[in-house]
Design a protein around this ligand. Structure first.
Ligand code: C2O
Ligand code: CU
Ligand code: CU
Length: 554
């Protein structure tokens, strides 16, 4: 939105008395006391009272119908990719693209699909958009045909049939578009849903803590968005913005702007997906000026063996964090906020690779990005409240977090040298992996089915944080080296690993200058050669070529 249209937007809605909506626009006044990006703070959780009043929209939760409605995946016969109108901001219909399913006479938008390991999912995707699309099942182990990537792009008006078995661990997976060049826009316009796989360990935990999906077990999809002067979703990026990745003016949770949820003094489970195109978050729960302890219990690939006590955790685009928050540790009835804390976004793409100092072109004090960011966008790394949690009651509750959650076999050992991948750019505004940019007809990497490998993901100094995602095979993190201070200080595990590195991952955030060693096991049951994608999940980076195809040879 340009400054002029923003002003008329403000005038229109402040004047119309749409308090909830106008509230967010007041962000540009210092009500959130946003600390500047780059400041490294772990305790600046101060929320002026004004911010609390602005969180007046009830958090959208999965119910029986409508947005995010929970449904057994095997009962879904068809998902129609549709362009429709949806009130993202209250009272304002916006063009919105959704995965629409009709089940039992109910209409579901971006349904929360529920499955158990071993379930068969057979459904048809019908494309009613005006452009090609395809659904990718993010995190699932599928054959190439069912993985759903650009190679199976489905034209407008056409359909595509999926048929696969859920082979993976119980975890919070998700599904989203994966066509070439336009995945960012399609995800932005609304296309994304959760696929929650549950097993016996999950059910044991739900019983022990008395958790109910949509009530005390709450999926949180965090996405930033911008709206045009009519309050409509809009995705128009300059080349510079594509280079950096989309950054919006509002951070929505479950497509709710400035949301609140009423809660009781007991344990809550939050299944958090960073569904943003490009933004990373440093998540903490704050009450007044105090950060609360919470427990990380799972990652992309499901439950950890043991819960890990944390106070703040980074989450890159596409990653999931499964956490428990015990509101009995909160004092009084003051609301608790889920926040993103301040961090250095490390947009270092203009530094000199050798010296680590700003390159000549970027000298002169100017932030090379200031000119690139869309006006009104919240700077990456800005401290912001995301969700207000009101403590409404203190029921009788005796749940205690179990010390053992699940079994997770350790990473498989691989012999030999790691395969090295360098994340960087060509100095002309194009990100790449080992200098390769995506070409649908090339697979610069071939691995042998059934083998184990170590991959070394090395991010240049002159870079940005890149959430690296590998299709087809979940992986384990073995080691981090040369992590920036703000990451290192959270690395409480051996080999400088973060708490979330103790889980099974499909996406890992690699910071500028950092090297991350991961273990992959290329064992799968699919006959024949299979091609998968390996890419940055900053969707603008993906769309502009920071992706490669790799072949698993039978
Ligand atoms: Cu979540 Cu290749 O994608
Ligand atoms: Cu994926
Ligand atoms: Cu990237």
């Amino acid at each position: 939105m340009n400054p002029l249209s923003r002003r008329s937007f403000l005038a229109a809605f402040a004047g119309a008395g749409a308090a909830g909506l106008a509230g967010g626009l007041l962000r540009h006044e210092p009500v959130f006391a946003a600390s500047g990006a780059g400041e490294q703070t772990t305790s600046s959780a101060v929320l002026p009272g004004a911010a609390e009043r602005l969180f007046t929209n009830r958090l959208r939760l999965p119910g029986a119908s409508g947005l995010y409605a929970a449904v057994a995946a095997k009962d879904v016969r068809q998902i129609t990719v549709s362009a429709l109108d949806f009130e993202v901001l209250p009272g304002l219909a916006s063009p919105f693209w959704a995965y629409v399913a009709e089940v039992g006479g109910k209409r579901l938008l971006n349904p929360t699909l529920l499955a158990r390991p071993g379930d068969r999912i057979e459904l048809r995707m019908a494309n009613r958009l005006k452009q090609s699309t395809i659904i990718h099942w993010h995190g699932l182990t599928n054959d190439e045909r069912n993985d759903g990537v650009g190679m199976q792009q489905v034209a407008s008006g056409r359909h595509y049939d999926y048929a696969f078995t859920v082979r993976d661990r119980a975890a919070n997976y998700w599904y989203h578009p994966h066509p070439h060049d336009i995945a960012g826009e399609q995800a932005y316009m609304g296309l994304a849903g959760l696929l929650i796989v549950k097993d016996d360990d999950e059910e044991k935990l739900a019983r022990a803590l008395d958790l109910t999906l949509g009530v005390t077990d709450i999926p949180l999809v965090i996405q930033d968005r911008s709206f045009n002067f009519e309050g409509r979703l809009e995705y128009k990026l300059s080349r510079e913005q594509m280079f950096m990745g989309f950054l919006g003016e509002e951070i929505l949770v479950n497509l709710t702007a400035r949301p609140y949820v009423d809660a009781a003094r007991r344990i809550y489970r939050f299944r958090i997906l960073n569904g943003s195109n490009a933004r990373s978050y440093r998540l903490g729960f704050a009450q007044g000026g105090r950060l609360l302890d919470y427990h990380l219990i799972g990652t992309d690939g499901g439950l950890l063996e043991q819960p890990r006590k944390v106070r703040e955790v980074f989450i890159g685009a596409a990653q999931r964090l499964d956490v428990l928050l015990d509101l009995r540790v909160a004092s009084g009835n003051e609301p608790v906020f889920l926040k993103t804390l301040a961090f250095d976004p490390m947009h270092n793409e203009s530094v000199d690779e050798k010296t680590g100092k700003p390159a000549a072109a970027a000298q002169g004090g100017a932030d090379p990005h200031a000119a690139h960011a869309a006006p009104g966008a919240i700077a990456d790394g800005t401290e912001m409240p995301l969700l207000r949690i009101n403590i409404k009651s203190s029921p009788e509750y005796r749940g205690e977090i179990p010390s053992q959650l699940s079994r997770l076999p350790g990473p498989a050992a691989a012999a030999g040298e790691p395969r090295r991948f360098r994340l960087g750019h060509d100095g002309k505004g194009n990100w790449n992996i080992n200098g390769w940019r995506f070409n649908m007809h090339e697979t610069p990497v071939t691995v042998q089915r059934g083998t184990r490998e170590t991959w070394l993901l090395q991010n240049n100094h002159a870079s940005m944080p890149h959430p690296v995602h590998i299709h087809g095979f979940p992986f384990r993190v073995l080691e981090r080296r040369d992590s920036p201070a703000q990451v290192r200080e959270l690395a409480t595990l051996p080999n400088r690993l973060l708490p979330q590195d103790s889980g099974l991952l499909d996406t890992v955030l690699v910071w500028p200058g950092e090297s991350v060693r991961i273990a992959l096991d290329f064992t799968h049951p699919f006959p024949g050669d299979q091609t998968y994608m390996f890419h940055c999940h900053n969707l603008e980076h993906e769309d502009t070529g920071m992706m490669i195809g790799y072949k698993v040879k039978a």
